[in-house]
Design a protein around this ligand. Structure first.
Ligand SMILES: NC(=O)c1ccc[n+]([C@@H]2O[C@H](COP(=O)([O-])OP(=O)(O)OC[C@H]3O[C@@H](n4cnc5c(N)ncnc54)[C@H](O)[C@@H]3O)[C@@H](O)[C@H]2O)c1
Ligand SMILES: N[C@@H](CCC=O)C(=O)O
Length: 576
């Protein structure tokens, strides 16, 4: 059965054939009802709330957090709408209080992964026939649920599970997630409008239909952005694919909330299957299936390379060439020109390097400052770093919290150890794992611009500065471009227009998201489509229309209305 009883009841009230007149209203609690004309809807970025003391949103979030902290929620594996468990129980705990378990879940066995593939393939047959307008309806409803009644459930799960402060939750699990759903529905609608030319449609009619990918899509998501998991799993579904979604172990609760919202919005069972699993077990299971149509991945370069290699080894096994969409790591730069506005550059650097403890793929981790500005720049950074409060994010006065888990803690501590032994630590360098995985904001100075700390992704609150002689500007620009294999984000700070023009050319391939006089983080769906090339990924730009093309296999149809009465060409007759 394609739809649950509740969804069937809802669908019978709506005439899906006449979308030019269909206006449906959803009323998320506490928000103004939004009217969508499904043929011509427009969308806007979801505004973020302020969480002032005494505000309604703050009260609701605080009570959600309390409830969530009291229970350790049990989360099932979901295959074709049915719940499963395995004997491999795993717990998600708060990074800032590793004794506090917030969720118990189960790792799927290879057998369950295969069962999910079968369920997805079956669900796809019916799902692909569901008209796009009907899919848009589900997506827009889900976005409204996220803006309204589900907002704090998502924010609470992201705060407790991934250690994000309220503003970091709000821009991720509320705004970015709702934006992905609404903007992708809009982009899909625009995509449908394009049709090939039919010079005389009464003789020949050309058309193109957008088919979902044949087989199944495996969505594999990282821990650090709740919204990215939602985009990875549900954008292929919007385009008619069926998905098995492996969330990150350290973001399971927030990912589960997305799954619940999409179900409530009316997504039929089996279209997206929720499969928590050990990473390599999942990778090995999906890559031996001939029906693998796409891996939609975000995470580290090492994991994406491992998956790519597995697919390459099995290439002749597959019915289709699997599409590999991968957004990976970064080694993002802030380049300060002598003409820069110092205060802006310092503030932007603090936010980019230390918000969410540097655990954004876009976080600034290498800084280039001219000798002429270094004294004041360093002073400005250190002054602000002393003011940064690190702690439990349920205390709304903290700027950032602990890093995600022990593995991340050990990796970052390793880089700090390297800096202590070989470089100069200007501020910070301390860490403590007693209660949570705490690493304090750290500023390092290196005289070797090719040191490993300038080349490798640290993914923590460690910023390394290289001070360059003002008269070496051109060489340093080239150095910035050539130092690392990554090309995700980068920012240039300058008031000198001629320099900015030149730098834009030098850095043409150094960053997929290039910023001028702004921080290297904080891309907004629809405004700064996100992704990088080189080893930062396949640069398919989440949050832009082109992304959707990865999940369709278009079919061109030419229909002829005039029978062919002669097989010979006329010139053949003339030459007889
Ligand atoms: N470019 C972007 O848009 C973007 C966005 C967010 C995060 N990132 C990157 O993600 C990384 C941080 O996230 P992470 O620590 O969750 O990354 P990760 O690579 O450790 O894990 C990502 C996902 O892959 C799974 N996994 C691990 N091994 C696997 C395997 N062999 N087969 C299949 N799946 C496997 C994990 O369980 C997880 O769900 C950083 O490198 C960061 O830069 C990039
Ligand atoms: N899109 C986010 C980064 C996502 C990766 O972690 C930003 O622009 O800061």
């Amino acid at each position: 059965m394609l739809f649950s009883k509740a969804v069937r009841l809802r669908l019978t009230k709506i005439n899906f054939k006449d979308f030019s007149t269909c206006k449906e209203t959803w009323t998320p609690s506490g928000t103004t009802p939004i009217q969508y004309n499904l043929k011509d809807f427009t969308v806007q970025n979801e505004p973020t709330f302020s969480y002032e003391v005494g505000s309604k949103e703050r009260r609701v979030l605080e009570s959600t957090i309390k409830r969530c902290q009291k229970e350790c929620e049990e989360i099932p594996i979901i295959i074709g709408g049915k719940e499963f468990k395995s004997d491999r129980a795993v717990y998600q705990s708060s990074p800032f209080n590793h004794k506090s378990k917030i969720a118990k879940f189960y790792h799927a066995t290879p057998e369950l992964v295969w069962q999910a593939i079968v369920a997805a393939k079956e669900a796809r047959i019916k799902w692909e026939k569901v008209p796009f307008e009907e899919r848009f309806k589900i997506w827009l409803k889900a976005a409204d649920l996220i803006s309204g009644p589900w907002r704090q459930k998502l924010n609470g799960a992201t705060m407790l599970g991934q250690g994000k402060t309220v503003i970091q939750c709000e821009i991720d699990s509320a705004a970015e997630l709702a934006d992905f759903l609404r903007f992708n529905a809009l982009y899909a609608r625009e995509m449908l409008k394009w049709q090939p030319i039919s010079e005389n449609p009464s003789i020949i009619k050309n058309s193109m239909r957008l088919r979902g990918l044949e087989g199944f899509v495996a969505a594999v998501s990282p821990f650090n952005f709740t919204a990215i998991g939602g985009n990875l799993a549900y954008t292929p579904a919007l385009m008619g694919c069926a998905v098995i979604w492996k969330p990150s172990d350290t973001a399971v609760l927030a990912s589960w909330r997305i799954f619940q919202v999409m179900k409530e919005a009316g997504l039929p069972d089996g279209v997206v299957n929720f499969i928590p699993c050990d990473g390599p077990v999942f990778g090995d299971s999906i890559t031996v299936c001939p029906h693998l149509a796409c891996i939609n991945f975000t995470g580290s370069v090492a994991t994406f390379n491992a998956l790519w290699k597995r697919v390459a080894e099995k290439l002749t096994l597959y019915r289709n060439y699997p599409r590999l969409v991968g957004e990976c790591g970064g080694k993002n730069f802030h380049f300060i020109h002598p003409s820069a506005n110092l205060e802006n550059a310092v503030n932007c650097t603090i936010r980019s390097a230390f918000e969410y403890s540097g655990q954004k793929c876009s976080a600034c981790s290498r800084l280039y400052v001219p000798q002429s500005l270094w004294g004041k720049f360093k002073e400005g950074l250190v002054e602000r770093m002393k003011e940064i409060k690190i702690g439990d994010p349920t205390d709304f006065s903290v700027f950032s919290s602990a890093v995600i888990d022990e593995k991340a803690y050990d990796r970052i501590v390793g880089y700090i150890g390297h800096a202590k032994r070989n470089l100069k630590i200007l501020h910070g360098g301390n860490h403590c794992q007693k209660e949570g995985w705490y690493i304090y904001p750290t500023l390092v100075q290196t005289t070797d611009p090719a040191d490993k700390i300038m080349r490798e992704e640290v993914f923590g609150p460690v910023l390394t500065a290289f001070v360059y002689p003002d008269d070496e500007l051109e060489n340093v620009l080239k150095l910035v471009d050539e130092t690392t294999p990554f090309a995700l984000t980068g920012s240039v700070f300058a008031e000198d227009e001629a320099f900015l023009e030149g730098a834009k050319e030098t850095f043409k391939y150094s960053a997929g998201n290039y910023y001028v006089n702004d921080r290297s983080t904080g891309a907004v769906v629809g405004q700064q489509p996100f992704g990088g090339a080189r080893h930062s990924g396949t640069n398919d730009k989440a949050g832009a229309p082109g992304y959707l093309h990865k999940f369709v296999s278009p079919q061109t149809v030419k229909q002829c209305f005039i029978p062919l009465k002669e097989w010979k060409y006329s010139y053949m007759e003339l030459n007889k």
